[in-house]
Design a protein around this ligand. Structure first.
Ligand SMILES: Nc1ncnc2c1ncn2[C@@H]1O[C@H](COP(=O)(O)OP(=O)(O)OP(=O)(O)O)[C@@H](O)[C@H]1O
Ligand SMILES: Nc1ncnc2c1ncn2[C@@H]1O[C@H](COP(=O)(O)OP(=O)(O)OP(=O)(O)O)[C@@H](O)[C@H]1O
Ligand SMILES: [Mg+2]
Ligand SMILES: [Mg+2]
Lengths: 176, 170, 176, 170
């Protein structure tokens, strides 16, 4: 059991920095940030736990507690994606993971999900979001609403975005 | 494997029979107004994957059966002359091999009693969970289901709590 | 002490439904929802507490627990604004209160803050937000960023939006 | 009364002296990237209104003094040859009557010791809080300061916890 834990831990630990860099790279910070996982004890991993260090670009190391809301969300998502990279589930289902993200971080996370869908297998994800900057990068949209003509019950409409080609919603408005 | 579609029958805000999908192999975004039913869809997915009721919002499992949206005292009118539904069903249709589907189905009555089916055949909960595990769909404290407001919580975890994330049922 | 509590409670209780309706009115629901506060006991108000009922339009009464994330945020904001209406503070400071709100609810809340600024006194508010649909309704913008030429310390730029007249950012893009 | 401006000196991510404002009489929105310093501004407002340190994020009050952003081991270079600051100051400039300002100021050292001033005159904490109360700016478990993620928490409160919101210091 401990052996499987260590094996899994090492794979996740090897993946996390690359993923965190992918989520934090920017023109002003082409290298991205730094992320690291540490086992407090290899012999009793559960007892002492796993320490997670994430340093956004341009910042000195701070406790997770001292990062901002959005910085913590990006760090948490990097960890979740690293767990997935090490041991993929057939699909991911996530609910409003972009709540604390600014528009640039929203782009980075949604592009990560888009790229993951393009090159990995399996890479299916179903992600609830209220932000158009997030869902404009999806392969398909699933719209859920209350239908007054059905006693306000929930109803669903699905739209295949790939059928429209690579048009970004942001372009239509000329940069509004 | 790939998720093909989710079928809901009288589950939470989904009155009658509603099919969600088909889901593409890639990245789908679920969108819509507050209160529309998006998190209820996520609850349906957790439900059909056999998660215990405390993982679903609200206390009692029988509460997930559709109850009319009308103000207290008004008659139940969506399904017109039909009585209020006594059970809810969620089916998860999964392509476990190319062009081969498995249907996982869970039903719960208003009194909170669950029954399970794989490809329309009734099975015990143990068998159901085993069949899910065989296609890597067992949903423990998994990293593949992330609930509303949970992302921030992950960042706030202690080292011991983070270690729990590494303990996946494979 | 109990007498002051009851006095304050009654004023808030009288204000809450009107404010909740203001935050939930829509073309499809011109009357808005219903909100109500109830004292479990008038003689021992602290011991038994205050019960808050909020019913979004088109829905039957449900416990606060059964409302969606956005519905709960709107209900909570109505309560905060009602407490303010009953006993106004000189200014409000709020951080990302729109995190769970869909674009229509974002509009309703930011318009409430805008209208409150126009007709009440005092009505000053300073609200942190990541959503342009929210801050486009402000009288002024305060931009806070990390300045690489100042060792990445925080710096501030202020912009008076009223100086530009009543232009909505959403119009520039022709509805993107 | 009306908030005119906030002056920060070496408070959290605000190195050196930074003035935020002037704030209009109406609705101001604070915007910017994640990690920019927006919630730190809110912390500064709570701080200068005399809130106890547990209301500020992070454990120790002395931590709010600006500490350089450079990776551990690098020299502190923003203020070039200057040493790291040993204290942080926040001033809240308040128009308590038309065209008449009061300046509330709180300083804290890296060892966590606070001192208070009203219009540049040093006062005790008790006097400071009393002067704030006189202009209706006492910040108890108030409804006028709403912290990040707190809105959802209000909706989840029990009846007894909601009653606490009604117990305002006037
Ligand atoms: N058994 C039920 N019968 C009918 N309606 C229900 C039932 N259970 C929950 N609901 C309704 O479902 C709604 C909540 O839906 P849900 O949480 O999925 O919304 P959402 O789309 O996630 O919204 P948000 O964007 O605000 O998170 C509530 O209005 C609630 O009243
Ligand atoms: N004493 C300090 N010295 C220097 N930097 C600090 C200090 N305390 C906090 N910080 C930095 O301030 C940043 C957090 O800023 P803040 O929480 O205000 O961001 P924010 O604009 O609210 O972001 P978000 O939109 O993600 O909530 C962190 O990067 C943290 O490292
Ligand atoms: Mg939801
Ligand atoms: Mg913040």
């Amino acid at each position: 059991r401990t052996r499987r834990f260590l094996e899994y831990f090492r794979t996740v630990s090897a993946a996390i920095d690359g993923i965190y860099k992918q989520l934090t790279r920017a023109p002003t910070a082409p290298l991205g940030g730094i992320a690291q996982l540490q086992l407090e004890s290899e012999r009793e991993p559960y007892r002492y736990g796993v320490k997670y260090y994430a340093m956004p670009p341009g910042k000195r190391y701070r406790d997770m507690e001292q990062l901002s809301g959005g910085e913590r969300s990006v760090a948490a998502l990097a960890l979740l994606f690293a767990l997935q990279a090490a041991r993929p589930s057939p699909f991911l289902v996530m609910d409003e993971i972009d709540a604390a993200l600014d528009p640039l971080n929203v782009q980075r996370v949604s592009r990560y999900l888009r790229e993951r869908a393009a090159d990995e297998s399996p890479a299916q994800s179903v992600v609830i979001s209220l932000k158009d900057a997030f869902y404009e990068n999806a392969n398909a949209l699933v719209g859920i609403y209350r239908d007054p003509s059905a006693g306000h019950a929930s109803r669903v409409l699905t739209l295949d975005l790939d059928a429209f080609g690579a048009v970004s919603l942001g372009d239509e408005g000329g940069g509004a | 494997g790939r998720l093909l579609r989710i079928e809901l029958e009288n589950f939470k805000s989904y009155a009658g029979k509603v099919t969600v999908g088909p889901f593409p192999p890639g990245f789908s975004a679920v969108i819509g107004p507050n209160g529309g039913g998006k998190s209820n869809l996520m609850d349906a997915i957790s439900f059909v994957l056999g998660l215990p009721s405390r993982q679903l919002r609200g206390g009692f499992l029988g509460d997930v059966v559709y109850r009319g949206n009308l103000a207290a005292g008004e008659a139940y009118t969506f399904l017109a002359e039909e009585p209020a539904p006594q059970s809810a069903v969620v089916r998860l249709v999964y392509e476990h091999e190319p062009d081969r589907e498995t249907v996982f189905s869970r039903t719960v009555t208003v009194s909170g009693v669950s029954t399970y089916r794989v490809d329309s055949r009734a099975v015990s909960l143990e068998t159901y969970l085993r069949r899910l595990q065989a296609v890597h769909l067992s949903a423990g404290p998994q990293s593949f289901l992330v609930f509303q407001n949970q992302v921030e919580e992950i960042a706030n975890r202690s080292p011991q709590q983070l270690a729990a994330l590494f303990e996946e049922t494979s």
